[in-house]
Ligand binder design. Structure first.
Ligand code: HQG
Length: 181
């Protein structure tokens, strides 16, 4: 498959597996999984026929490993980024000393006042590297990278989890733990 096609299919999968399963009439279970058969036939009915092999290729070649099959290969889910209620059942994990968040200048006054908030998602998304955070911020304009004192947050009883594709997740980051990188 061409890279462009991978990106196109990935975007549609992200929409249906994170935000709008209803749009193609699929049901995610409580942990966010849907059977591959159900997904493929729903996609087919909605004008996006996809073979199993092509779906597997998208899962494998997606630039951020956004999707996973379960152990049997019969179910698929998005690894993070949901707005629909799902319980990814990720264990609480000890983060590195510092994590990073990529954003843009225009959000800074409100971030300084209220800290980082999850907005439409379930969690605030943090990156383990400056480069990743910069790429996340760059989706919206000239990126600004904030440093998060993650270890200090743990000492203050905040819980961190890490998705299977390496995105760090936390409920919020109060302003006191943020520094401009
Ligand atoms: C900002 C992509 C004002 C926050 C990426 C961000 C990531 C505030 C935006 C993943 C705020 C939310 C997530 C506050 C936070 N006041 N603005 N108090 N608190 N913000 O898209 O982190 O391609 O929900 O800085 O690579 O940008 O989807 O979060 O700019 O990993 O897999 O509000 O999405 O991955 O935006 O991106 P988002 P994000 P995928």
């Amino acid at each position: 498959m061409e890279q462009r096609e991978i990106v196109r299919v990935s975007k549609r999968l992200a929409l249906y597996l994170r935000h709008a399963p209803d749009r193609i009439g699929i049901r995610l279970d409580a942990d966010g999984w849907v059977s591959v058969d159900e997904l493929l036939s729903a996609l087919d009915e909605h004008g996006m026929p996809l073979t199993r092999a092509r779906l597997a290729e998208v899962v494998l070649r997606n630039d951020k490993s956004r999707f996973s099959f379960d152990r049997t290969g019969e179910s698929i889910r998005a690894n993070q980024g949901h707005s629909v209620a799902v319980d990814l059942d990720l264990p609480v994990t000890s983060p590195p000393e510092v994590l990073y968040h990529g954003t843009v200048e225009r959000f800074l006054p409100s971030i300084r006042a209220d800290g980082l908030l999850p907005r439409n998602r379930h969690h605030v998304h943090l990156s383990a590297s400056v480069a990743e955070a910069r790429a996340v911020g760059a989706r919206r304009g000239t990126p600004v990278v904030l440093e998060i004192a993650a270890r200090e947050m743990v000492e203050a009883d905040h819980e961190f989890r890490v998705s299977t594709n390496g995105v760090w997740l936390v409920d919020r980051v109060p302003p006191g733990f943020l520094r401009r990188g």
